[in-house]
Design a binder for this molecule. Structure first.
Ligand code: HGY
Ligand code: MN
Ligand code: MN
Length: 392
C-alpha cells in the first residue's frame, strides 16, 4: 500500500534543495548545485527503494527496476528560474512511492525539462528528437552552453538507458492551470498535450542619445518590439482560439540605460496550440510582421533557431487505466482535460505509449513560488497512479 506520510515527507525533503525562502518555492535550475544535490539525494532514495540508480550523459536520472520490461513512471526535478515545489517534483516522488509498492516499475527524473537550454532538453535527447551535439551547443540566457553545464555531472554519467526496456510511461503532474481547482475536482486525466514553438528574435537599430535624437530620426529597437507585439496581437485575432497562448517572456535591451535609445532588443517568442496548422499560421504572421516592422523603421531583424514540439494524444489504454483509478479513488471528482503545459511525456511518446494524470493547482498558479496543492489531493494523485499501475 502507498505510505502517504513517507510520500509527503520525501516531497517536502526534495523542496529543501534550492528552497527559495519564499513560501514553498524553489530555485533549482538544470545542472545547478541545488539540482545536482537533489539528483544525488534522489539516486539514494531510489537505491533504498531497491532500484538501480543510473545517470545518463544528459544528467537524466533513472531508477531501474529488475531486468524484465516494465512501466516507467516519473517527471523532472529541475525548476524554472522561479519555480514551485511541485512542478515535476510531484511526479518523481510519486513514481518513487509507487515503485516501492509495485514490483517492476522504474522511475525517472528528466533533466532540463524547464528548458534552461531549450525545450524539455533532457527527454528530447533521450527520445532521439535532439542529438547530443546540437543540444550541447544550446546556450542559456547568460551564454553558458549546455556542454559546459552538464560537465558538472560528467563523473556521474553511465551508459545510456535503453527505452526498449520500458512498456509505457505515465507522468503525474500538477495541472498548472485553473480548471480542476475552479471546478472543485481532485483528479484530471489528460487527453492530449498541446504543441509549442519557441524562438529568439533580435531587432537591431541605432543606439543614440535620448535627449538630442528627434523621435522621427530614431531607430529604436524597443519601439520596434512594441509595434511588433501590438501588431501580432491584432493579426492573431482571427487565427487563434480561446485556448491558444503566446508569450514574450524574456526581453533584453542593449544597453538598457535610461538615457540611451536602445540599439538592440532581443526577445523570446513562444506560442502554443493543440493544432499544428494553427502553430504554422502563427509562425508566418510572426515572421512577416517582424520583417515588415523592421523594414518600415529601418532596423535589422534576426530570427534565432526555432524549437518546437507537436501536439500529442495520450495512449488510450494507459488513459483508461488512469480513468479507472480515478473512479476508484475520487469517484465523481475527476474529469478529462487537455494539457496547456508542456511535459516530458510529449518526447517519450515518440518511443512508447504515454499518459498523464493531473492534480489541482490552487488558484491555477504555477511557475511561481506560491504554486501549491492541497496535501489530500497530492495523496489522491499518487493513489490513482498506483491503482492504474496495478490495473496495468
Ligand atoms: O513551459 C512548460 O509548459 C513546462 O512547464 N516547462
Ligand atoms: Mn513540469
Ligand atoms: Mn514547468
Amino acid at each position: 500500500m502507498i505510505d502517504p506520510d513517507r510520500f509527503l515527507s520525501d516531497l517536502h525533503m526534495l523542496r529543501q534543495f534550492g528552497a527559495s525562502g519564499v513560501g514553498k518555492g524553489v530555485v533549482r535550475r538544470a545542472y545547478s548545485q541545488a539540482d545536482i544535490a537533489a539528483r544525488d539525494w534522489l539516486a539514494g532514495r531510489m537505491a533504498q527503494a531497491g532500484l538501480s540508480p543510473r545517470f545518463d550523459a544528459m544528467g537524466n536520472l533513472f531508477g531501474l527496476a529488475g531486468e524484465g520490461p516494465g512501466l516507467l513512471l516519473g517527471s523532472h526535478s529541475d525548476s524554472q528560474p522561479e519555480g514551485g515545489w511541485l512542478d515535476g517534483a510531484l511526479g518523481v516522488i510519486a513514481a518513487l512511492e509507487v515503485a516501492r509498492v509495485v514490483p517492476g516499475v522504474s522511475v525517472v527524473s528528466f533533466q532540463d525539462e524547464e528548458g534552461r537550454f531549450g525545450v524539455t532538453t533532457g527527454s528530447a535527447v533521450w527520445s532521439g528528437l535532439l542529438d547530443q551535439d546540437s543540444a550541447d551547443a544550446l546556450t542559456d540566457h547568460d551564454g553558458v552552453t549546455l556542454a559546459q553545464a552538464r560537465a558538472a555531472m560528467a563523473d556521474r554519467a553511465g551508459a545510456p538507458v535503453d527505452p526498449a526496456r520500458f512498456t509505457g510511461f505515465i507522468e503525474l503532474h500538477i495541472e498548472q492551470g485553473p480548471t480542476l481547482d475552479a471546478e472543485g475536482l481532485q483528479i484530471g486525466v489528460v487527453t492530449d498535450i498541446v504543441g509549442i514553438r519557441d524562438m529568439g528574435i533580435t531587432y537591431g537599430g541605432q543606439q543614440n542619445h535620448a535627449g538630442t535624437t528627434p523621435m522621427h530620426l530614431r531607430r529604436d529597437a524597443f519601439q520596434a518590439l512594441g509595434a511588433f507585439n501590438a501588431t501580432i496581437n491584432d493579426r492573431f485575432r482571427n487565427v487563434v482560439t480561446p485556448r491558444t497562448v503566446w508569450t514574450i517572456g524574456h526581453v533584453t535591451l542593449h544597453p538598457n540605460a535610461s538615457s540611451i535609445v536602445p540599439g538592440r532588443a532581443r526577445f523570446s517568442m513562444q506560442w502554443r496550440d493543440a493544432e499544428i496548422d494553427r502553430l504554422d499560421r502563427m509562425e508566418a504572421i510572426i515572421r512577416d510582421t517582424a520583417q515588415e516592422i523592421a523594414a518600415e523603421r529601418g532596423l535589422s531583424v534576426d530570427f534565432g533557431p526555432m524549437l518546437g514540439l507537436n501536439p500529442v494524444a495520450m495512449d488510450p489504454s494507459l488513459r483508461a487505466a488512469l480513468e479507472a483509478g480515478a473512479e476508484t479513488v475520487s469517484p465523481g471528482r475527476w474529469r478529462n482535460l487537455p494539457s496547456g503545459a508542456l511535459h516530458d511525456a510529449t518526447n517519450v511518446a515518440r518511443l512508447m505509449p504515454v499518459a498523464m494524470l493531473f492534480v489541482p493547482s490552487i488558484g491555477g498558479i504555477s511557475h511561481a513560488f506560491d504554486e501549491d496543492t492541497d496535501e489530500a489531493d497530492l495523496v489522491a494523485g499518487v493513489r490513482v497512479l498506483a491503482e492504474a499501475v496495478r490495473h496495468l
